[in-house]
Design a protein around this ligand. Structure first.
Ligand SMILES: Nc1nc2c(ncn2[C@@H]2O[C@H](COP(=O)(O)OP(=O)(O)OP(=O)(O)O)[C@@H](O)[C@H]2O)c(=O)[nH]1
Ligand SMILES: [Mg+2]
Length: 675
């Protein structure tokens, strides 16, 4: 098989869950005769949803990379999961694609997944095409959805290229707006209206064309196609197709539409990380971006890359531009779900896989020459949920960490971290299902089980007043005793931690001062209120006593620790909690509910905005209240809301809540001591 970039179309299939993306992919592969039996999500025979987890769920979890010949050319396309928690898969798929085919349900119209796909396309600067699917369903209405799209994204932007004939049960086919000569009576006016709109759009893309068009000249089919192509590229046109994958209606038209008017990979101009403009070419130095890594059960680690410019051959040497190291490409493969087909050469637009790279990881750029520039890494959202994990069986901790590290390498939205304040290992992800899936995968690859618990909140302690502390450490045990005495004072300090030595006349010899500071720092690791990290204060040691024989570093450390505790008790200590800033997006109808939830969570609404038809609330909320928010929001909005969050700062916990936390800690502490 030999590829030619000008006839390659490379697109990501995106949209809300359940709109028929995977079914469309299966049908395309069938139409292109890549498979001789049509795969089906419902029968667990889908080429795209091939993993057992996806088959069990009847819904996609992973992006699935597919390809098929089409007409004189070739399609590289990606089926992405619609479910919000698997957004990491969608982001890397967008990065690898030159165009977005966004599916919409003919009954539900614009859903959260639609707006998300629209936004990603905008962010990645790739053109979009809409396909209104499932028009055979009861209550499906193409024209209602079209109106909604025009309302949201522009009346002259969203123009249909096909229209459905019949509706719901009696949907019988689609007609082409541009070429249909005998439309059914009820569609005649509509066809004419949109045909004129498409011709206007096509003509507007070129001044000369426009002149001739205004003079009343007929534009050739080629000119119209070229005009629509340019309009799609510039964003002036987002064509809308109608159909039903289940009834195989309108899909051929979508495939031909994408082939005829969507841009080819050579038209995609990018900017590299160093600002170099990369204009793809068939010849010359080749560069490719590694957008994903996958652990294949048989082959091991596989890198997926998208060729940006030039061509790569199997069994050739390349350079990793991110670390300047030589890399070797073994056998290159193009992919169809779990099927890999060896290929000799890949060109711009190809998505392909290669096994066992030595020095290359996801987000690296590989090239045939150092004249090429590395591309920017990808942007992934912050995790939204975390769990404290522990091994079910003692002794399996290492296996668990190694396994999770592997999973995290393949999924940038999954993270495993050790929290040094709470001494917990945290597994962070995008939601309960995402985490549950990771735990399941861990069991498969490492044969270990983990417990998931709510994580401890990393509260901190500080002081609101001044305090002086004193301790005399004196022990006489047998021969040689221990002696040290320390006086110190503490005061609030915005910048963090400061330590000052104000001892005069050698009351504490200089060589013991580091031990005093060490003692203070140790005491600051476990504050007196709830055993949390203590911060934001200045500590000044100003007096003390020592003994020629009995003083030691250890004695001064102990005295300093105790003096610090003494001072803390007098300096009005308070508990602080992490506050996060959340941006919550949801349909307007939930505004009341969501505002209520934020108030209930001790949150503060900072602002309300509208963004592409969705209400956006920005709020500051204590982290402790957000542990389960991903799940709460999902059930509150029936999956139509989303949010992102990031750490803002620490704030003093209100006294009622603080007292509860302190009481709980003290009780736990006592229970531990009694054991
Ligand atoms: N009636 C009808 N059902 C369809 C059509 N297309 C797909 N379906 C069904 O809709 C359900 C969801 O289809 P999928 O292809 O899995 O949807 P998806 O967009 O891949 O969903 P996620 O993977 O969850 O994002 C399946 O039961 C399909 O058989 C259609 O045109 N009409
Ligand atoms: Mg799917």
């Amino acid at each position: 098989m030999k590829f030619s970039a000008p006839v390659i179309r490379n697109f990501v299939i995106a949209g809300h869950s359940g709109t028929g993306k995977t079914s469309l992919c299966d049908l395309m592969l069938y139409k292109a005769k890549v498979v001789d039996r049509l795969g089906s999500v419902d029968n667990k025979t889908s080429v795209s949803d091939f993993s057992p987890d996806e088959q069990e769920k009847h819904s996609s979890i992973y992006a699935s990379y597919l390809n098929c010949p089409w007409r004189e050319g070739h399609f590289f396309f990606t089926d992405t999961p619609g479910y919000g928690e698997f957004v990491g898969e969608v982001i890397s798929a967008f990065r690898a694609s030159g165009c977005a085919l966004v599916l919409i349900d003919g009954v539900n119209g614009i859903e959260f997944g639609t707006s998300r796909a629209w936004k990603f396309a905008q962010e990645f600067k790739i053109p979009r095409v809409f396909f209104v699917n499932r028009l055979d369903r009861e209550q499906a209405d193409f024209f209602r959805v079209l109106e909604q799209l025009q309302e949201a994204y522009g009346k002259t932007v969203c123009v249909p290229l096909t229209l459905p004939v019949g509706k719901e049960d009696s949907l019988s086919g689609v007609i082409s707006v541009l070429t249909e000569q005998n439309p059914p009576d009820d569609l005649k006016d509509i066809v004419m209206k949109y045909r004129t709109m498409l011709l206007d759009t096509a003509a507007e893309s070129d001044e000369k064309l426009m002149e001739r068009y205004l003079d009343g000249e007929q534009l050739s089919e080629e000119e119209i196609t070229k005009g629509l192509h340019d309009a799609i590229r510039s964003g002036a046109l987002v064509p809308v197709f109608a159909g039903s994958v289940a009834k195989d209606i309108g899909v051929l038209e979508v495939m031909n539409g994408v082939y005829n008017i969507c841009p080819n990979p050579l038209e995609r101009i990018r900017t590299a990380a160093d600002g170099t403009v990369v204009r793809p070419a068939v010849d010359g130095d080749a560069a490719a971006f590694v957008f994903k890594s996958v652990t294949d059960p048989f082959i091991g680690q596989m890198a997926y890359f998208r060729v940006l410019t030039g061509s790569f051959k199997s069994n050739s040497d390349v350079i990793n531009l991110n670390n300047g190291t030589k890399e070797h490409f073994g056998q290159l493969m193009i992919i169809n779900g779990k099927t890999q087909t060896p290929i000799d050469e890949v060109v711009p637009g190809c998505i392909c896989a290669v096994a066992k790279l030595r020095v290359t990881k996801t987000e690296d750029t590989v090239a045939t020459s150092t004249n090429c520039s590395a591309m920017n890494p990808m942007d992934f959202p912050n995790p939204l949920i975390s769990y404290a994990i522990s091994a079910v069986k003692n002794g399996e901790e290492d296996k668990i960490m190694t396994g999770f590290h592997k999973l995290c390498e393949n999924d940038p939205t999954l993270r495993i971290e050790r929290n040094t304040e709470t001494h917990e290992t945290l597994l962070k992800g995008m939601g309960e299902q995402h985490i549950a899936n990771a735990v399941k995968r861990l069991k498969e690859i490492a044969k270990v089980d983990v417990n998931l618990n709510s994580p401890k909140i990393p509260y901190r302690e500080t002081i609101t007043g001044h305090g002086e502390g004193h301790y005399r450490h004196k022990k006489q045990s047998g021969g040689h005793g221990q002696f040290a005495e320390v006086f110190l004072r503490i005061e609030p300090c915005e910048t963090g931690y400061e330590f000052a030595n104000a001892v005069v006349g050698g009351a504490i010899p200089k060589n013991f001062i580091p031990a005093v500071e060490k003692g203070v720092q140790e005491a600051m690791e476990r504050g007196p209120l709830a055993g949390c990290l203590v911060e934001k204060m200045k500590v000044t040691v100003y007096d003390g006593k020592y003994h020629d024989v009995d003083s030691s570093e250890m004695a001064f450390k102990i005295a300093a620790r105790m003096a610090f505790r003494d001072a803390m008790a007098k300096a009005k200590p308070v508990l602080m909690e992490p506050i996060i800033t959340a941006r919550i997006m949801f349909p307007d109808v939930f505004t009341g509910d969501i505002s209520g939830v934020i108030n209930h969570k001790r949150g503060r609404i900072l602002g309300m905005d509208m963004d592409e038809g969705l209400q956006v609330i920005t709020a500051e909320v204590p982290m402790a209240e957000m542990l389960k928010f991903a799940t709460e929001l999902r059930s509150l909005t029936q999956g139509r809301g989303s949010f992102d969050m990031e750490f803002a700062r620490y704030e003093v916990v209100n006294p009622a809540v603080a007292n509860e936390i302190i009481a709980k800690f003290q009780a736990q502490n006592k229970a531990d001591e009694d054991l």
